[in-house]
Design a protein around this ligand. Structure first.
Ligand code: FES
Length: 165
């Protein structure tokens, strides 16, 4: 009887330890939450794609050739080049009070309906009250894949040069 009780207690202890270890391990969803991979090969020019990264909306906009040729230096400095194409990659939260701006394909700009703020297609603020451009999230480019959450060399240079906050 004593031996049987000991064996049952032993199995119970192992089970409890296993359960405790499982509760300490991060959930698979938490492990994967740091990075979001986006296949940009299916992106269409002037059509906004909205992805989610760490709970935030991420705007991904493939520019047309006309948008690229007519833009200035400040806009070009924010471009993410993927497989020869120019993209805007921004956190889709207005820098005024955090609303999500809408992309207007016909005007090729963003309107924040909360207080009327506007950003151009590169995410640069063009009409108050937003005080600054949309933020560029940490990114890396691997082939045609955009990896959100990974600080690649291009992103680091943008950050160092003050192109993004
Ligand atoms: Fe966008 Fe105020 S939150 S203009």
């Amino acid at each position: 009887m004593g031996k049987a009780f000991g064996a049952v207690a032993g199995v119970g202890a192992v089970g409890a330890l296993y359960a405790m270890k499982r509760s300490w391990d991060p959930l698979p969803s938490v492990k994967a939450a740091g990075f979001t991979e986006v296949d940009t090969s299916t992106c269409v020019e002037n059509k906004l794609v909205v992805e989610k990264w760490r709970g935030k909306p991420i705007f991904i906009l493939k520019k047309t050739a006309e948008m690229v040729s007519s833009q200035g230096e400040a806009e070009a400095a924010r471009d993410v080049i993927i497989d020869g194409a120019h993209f805007t990659v921004n956190i889709g939260l207005c820098t005024h009070l955090g609303c999500i701006p809408a992309y207007r394909e016909d005007r090729k700009d963003f309107l924040c309906a909360c207080h009327g703020g506007e950003f151009n297609a590169s995410g640069i603020d063009t009409k108050l009250p937003p005080p600054s451009p949309l933020i560029i999230p940490p990114f890396n480019v691997k082939g045609t894949t955009l990896v959100l959450g990974e600080e690649g060399e291009v992103y680091k240079k943008m950050k160092e040069s003050g192109v993004t906050a």
